[in-house]
Design a protein around this ligand. Sequence first.
Ligand code: GTP
Ligand code: GTP
Length: 492
Amino acid sequence: MKEPLKKIALIGQPNVGKSSLFNRIAKKRIAIVSDLAGTTRDIRKHEVEVLGRKALMLDTGGIDETNDAIFSNVKRKAIECAKEADIILFMVDGKRIPDDKDKELFYELQDLGKRLALVVNKIDNDKEKERLWSFYEFGIDDENLFGISVSHNRGTKKLFEWIAKDLPPSEEEIALALQTLKEEKKGQDDDDYFEDEEEFEEEYIEEIYEEDDEEQEEDCDDKINVAIIGRTNVGKSSILNALLGEERSVVSPIAGTTIDPVDEAFEYEGKTITFVDTAGLRRRGKIEGIEKYALMRTKEMLEKANLALVVLDASETLVDLDEKIAGLVDEYGLGTIIVLNKWDENMDTFKKFEETVRSKFKFLYYAPIIAVSAKTGRSIGRLKDKIIEIYNNYSQRIPTATLNKIVEEAVIRHALPSPNGNYLRIYYTTQFESKPPRIALIMNKPNLLHFSYKRYLINYLRDNINFEGTPIHILARKKGQREEDNEESFQG
Ligand SMILES: Nc1nc2c(ncn2[C@@H]2O[C@H](COP(=O)(O)OP(=O)(O)OP(=O)(O)O)[C@@H](O)[C@H]2O)c(=O)[nH]1
Ligand SMILES: Nc1nc2c(ncn2[C@@H]2O[C@H](COP(=O)(O)OP(=O)(O)OP(=O)(O)O)[C@@H](O)[C@H]2O)c(=O)[nH]1
């Protein structure tokens, strides 16, 4: 996943030396990024590198007016620019005593609650360092106050380090860190990867795997239970018929398993695909238009299923009930495919409908969308293949060594946060359940891990492992802590 670049705003009154600093930072100017739609008109963005790390420098354009009447205008622009930024550099002229305008602007910037540095420029020699004292009255911490001289190249390194600290590491840094990690681990094979007793409780891992094996015995991996859900008239029965097709009568129950008389099934690619509750689907004279009933029935089906086909009628606009039904799927944590039916011809509008579905069903962002026509049979074969593929993603088990490698990489790219100075550490990562995949981060202070970091890890895992069509859960736990001790799971 490519994270958007962080944005740096450089703000200050005219003539303090902004352009000079800008040119120094942007000396390796890579590209001028054009204005994005919806962003402030006047703000231009330049891709820059600060100590090798990429960022976007925001540029409000030249402000050369100096009289008071337009100060408010200058200020407005500056604040707009600062609001868009992640890091703010507020620059003042060290050869002048601070004035009220500076203070006024500085306090407003402070209120934005972002990372903010007070950069006092034109501190050209050691003697002039004394001037810094008068800027302490802004009430800024030492670590965020910088006395620099752009033209004499003094103090800028410290400032650049302060900026870079907050930027994602460069590809070179990541490669280097990964190399170091690899070397550290040389000689250890995956089996004794966690040899250190302190960090790995073998017992604990064995326990969760044992638990899992039991579960797997009773839950045969070759049997896919599919719920075809959707509101009335979207074409659920028609899709069922199209999928069953000629293969309809081929069904022979596998030894030891029985197929419920209300279900229908067929074999495909070595798996038995069972449609749950088809008797209900086929029943004529169904109660129509009663939402409560429809949702209740949907829940019953989802309980028996591990994969859901959410059917929508592409020839009509979406209604609330579509959304409500789709919302249930997410609650049950199933493998999911969104099926746009009645796509008999005219594929031109597909993109638009797909976009609408994506924006309305954000919670199913992991589900593929496939357009079919039950009537003409279009893409029904593709849908069958997709059912197999998504089920495989849903039921897969990722080796612990693979997971660890990916999570270590993710942490190098984007360091774990340190809430209130607490040092967080992930000892190892392991998948303790599948259908859907549930992954535990074994760490020192699980309660302090913010959900946004879990989301980042989930996205990172999705970029490296095919989890299309399946939710995944991440749980942060302490060593030896069992699942039921910790309700704090995060799904994405
Ligand atoms: N003595 C001294 N002069 C500097 C320093 N940095 C910049 N200057 C000078 O200050 C003047 C203003 O610099 P600019 O970089 O154009 O300032 P600016 O803030 O971009 O000004 P505007 O474009 O008017 O907003 C120029 O004459 C620079 O040469 C410094 O560190 N020491
Ligand atoms: N044009 C077109 N019509 C379709 C397609 N699939 C189904 N239909 C029609 O849509 C209507 C509803 O189809 P059903 O399969 O009964 O829909 P359903 O979702 O099972 O409906 P309920 O059982 O009432 O909930 C029927 O008239 C079908 O002929 C398709 O791909 N294209």
